[in-house]
Ligand binder design. Structure first.
Ligand code: HEC
Length: 156
């Protein structure tokens, strides 16, 4: 192998390595943080995309009016829908702690965790088709929403 061919072989080997590296971590992969996680949406977008629709499903699942039960899931599919909404809220607590969405490691995390823990209880209650348990856990989820908003949304 003369010098020129050798140089070409080395250059193409180097190019191959670059292509392989590109293929492994290239343009079609999102940038990740140290944990390999990617915050794609803003906090407001996570609210709009996941938290708001899921919470509406949970909050509207069991409704009493003047002490009378007026809305309740009536079959397996409806309970499943409530349980999935609760799980979406539980996982949303994790989403709020990823990357740029994590505002601080104190109150923000405790509100996000409060949403996750109360939503887990709602999911368990829905799994057990427990009307009052679903209602109570939903009330606690609502408290987590309003506590976080009180501290982190400017009222001005
Ligand atoms: C850990 C904190 C936190 C929790 C928990 C949380 N939110 Fe939010 N939410 C925010 C912040 C911060 C904003 C403002 C985002 C912005 O405007 O940049 C927001 C915005 C919103 C908005 C306005 C959306 C918009 O497009 O501006 C709604 C509605 C909302 N949240 C509903 C909920 C509901 C319902 C829950 C509970 C099921 C909840 N949030 C739980 C932090 C939280």
């Amino acid at each position: 192998m003369d010098g020129r061919v050798w140089t070409f072989a080395r250059a193409s080997a180097a190019a191959t390595i670059v292509v392989v590296a590109w293929g492994c971590s290239g343009a079609d992969r999102p940038p990740t943080d140290a944990q390999g996680l990617t915050a794609v949406a803003s906090v407001a977008e996570v609210m709009d995309a996941i938290v708001i629709p899921a919470s509406e499903t949970l909050f509207n699942a069991v409704v009493y009016s003047n002490g009378e039960l007026v809305v309740a899931p009536s079959n397996d599919a409806e309970w499943h829908t409530v349980r999935m909404a609760a799980l979406a809220l539980a996982e949303s607590g994790n989403l709020l702690k990823i990357g740029s969405r994590l505002r601080d490691r104190e109150a923000w995390v405790s509100y996000a965790d409060a949403m996750t823990m109360s939503a887990i209880r709602a999911a368990r209650a829905a799994d057990a088709k427990d009307l009052d348990g679903t209602l109570e856990a939903g009330t606690d989820v609502y408290a987590a929403c309003t506590n976080c908003h009180r501290d982190y949304i400017d009222e001005n």
